[in-house]
Design a protein around this ligand. Structure first.
Ligand code: FE2
Length: 447
């Protein structure tokens, strides 16, 4: 198996890098040591254009000069919208499949909001549930354009919220760089323009928004999401089932948190999506690998101010190497491009890291967790890939996409402190497995 180790990855405990390690464990970037982006050589074999090579360092320099690096900190929350009535079933699923646990619910004029937490230093999850099926905003308008997302018209991963000490200053700074934000009255859902939080308009390249807030997401009552509402006893019981299951089987110790999340985009928009993201948050372009078997590439962006990616998960963009309309010249698989054509540009999967180690049942922890979830009826694509023998390696698997969120959950075990994000053979196997599950059939032709 061809492994992509990442010995030069920028990590606080990495002594090979020239710039001092960065990790404060603090919520603010203000205390972090400066990170010398100009000194970092991205990993990987995916070739970037001259345009990309010219503008990435310019963007790093502009971020430093205009204060974006100082104003924006770690990822504090991820936001997902689901269909009316799917809020509690989604939370029950998250209790079973992830370490996120329910905290509280709120109601606004248009939505219920449910807030879930993992550890205080990891991002919260905010689920948005429209009060009515007839609710419509940009999400429905985007989703109805694509054949497999129009069945879940209000369902979409919305974006991330990053800590920001001064949202007004940040907004003014980014608007001067042609980043757009929504203003009160622009959106049907007032949360995007509520006090203490600002959201960019959805990216044309990814469909995702980026939010900025100085709120404490560990104190959801302070988020101004609406009036507090209580779940019914039956609803609470459905969440309690997952909590009891996790306790019974030791999952609380094994499931750690979100390691990375991957958005699928079109072939021609790969570099634009990366550079737009780099403009908006103080991440760095870690590297990009060509997965030629699947005609795609995996492009990783990481947060330099944390020692543990789960404190501010890596953002991955995957894109085809060539657009669909030339694919038949080589007739390669194109699951990434097909996903975008079927569902639109959007988040594809969120990866939960599993504690590395050998389970008492004589298997790797990730095999134990996946086997257990499988017995519970949670479907997976193919099988766990990766060997994890004597050298650092990854074991990974994709669940089938959730019928509530359309998101795949990846489980990833970083054996012997493997510090990269994938091995080429793993990614090829995972991409192929997901592609088989995401086909759109019309007539007798698989698209
Ligand atoms: Fe992944």
């Amino acid at each position: 198996m061809q492994s992509i180790d990442a010995p030069g990855t920028i990590r606080p405990n990495d002594r090979s890098r020239k710039t001092p390690a960065i990790h404060t464990g603090d919520l603010s970037i203000m205390d972090a040591l400066p990170f010398d982006y100009s000194d970092y050589e991205p990993k990987g074999d995916k070739k970037n254009s001259e345009f990309f090579e010219e503008y990435l360092p310019k963007i790093y320099a502009r971020r430093a000069k205009t204060g974006v690096n100082d104003l924006v900190g770690r990822m504090k929350a991820v936001v997902i919208q689901v269909e009316t009535g799917d809020g509690v079933p989604t939370m029950a699923e998250l209790h079973r499949m992830t370490p996120n646990r329910y905290h509280s619910s709120y109601i606004s004029g248009t939505h219920k909001f449910h807030v879930l937490h993992n550890r205080p230093e990891f991002p919260a999850v905010i689920l948005m549930e429209p009060l009515s099926d007839s609710y419509e905003d940009y999400i429905k308008r985007l989703n109805v354009l694509y054949p497999l997302s129009r069945q879940k018209p209000n369902t979409r991963y919305v974006g991330e919220v990053f800590h920001c000490a001064d949202t007004a200053d940040l907004q003014k700074t980014l608007e001067a760089q042609s980043i757009r934000f929504d203003y009160p009255g622009d959106t049907e859902n007032d949360v995007f323009t509520s006090k203490g939080i600002v959201f960019s308009t959805p990216s044309d390249f990814t469909g995702n928004r980026i939010g900025y807030s100085n709120h404490d997401f560990n104190d959801p009552d302070s988020l101004a999401l609406g009036e507090r509402v209580e779940l019914t006893e039956d609803e609470k019981a459905s969440l309690q089932d997952g909590i009891a299951f996790a306790e019974q089987h030791g999952l609380n110790e094994l499931m750690l948190g979100y390691d990375h999340m991957a958005t699928r985009i079109l072939a021609g928009e790969r570099e634009d999506a990366i550079l737009e993201f780099q403009t908006m948050v103080p991440y760095y372009f870690w590297g990009a690998y060509n997965i030629s078997d699947m005609n795609s590439s995996t492009n990783v962006n990481r947060c330099p101010i944390v020692s543990d990616d789960k404190q501010s998960p890596a953002k991955v963009f995957t894109a085809n190497n060539t657009p669909s309309f030339v694919n038949s010249f080589e007739n390669l698989p194109m699951p990434t491009e097909d996903f975008v054509r079927n569902y639109g540009r959007r988040m594809h999967h969120m990866a939960v890291e599993i504690l590395d180690g050998d389970h008492p049942s004589n298997q790797k922890n990730v095999d134990y967790v996946v086997g257990l979830l499988g017995q519970q009826g949670i479907p997976f694509l193919a099988h766990v890939v990766g060997e994890c023998k004597d050298s650092p390696d990854l074991k990974q698997i994709f669940s089938k996409h959730s019928k509530h969120t359309l998101l795949i959950t990846e489980y990833i075990e970083r054996c012997k402190a493997f510090d990269g994000f994938f091995t080429k053979s793993n990614v090829a196997a995972l991409t192929e497995a997901a592609g088989k599950d995401e086909r759109y059939q019309h007539g007798h032709v698989f698209d």
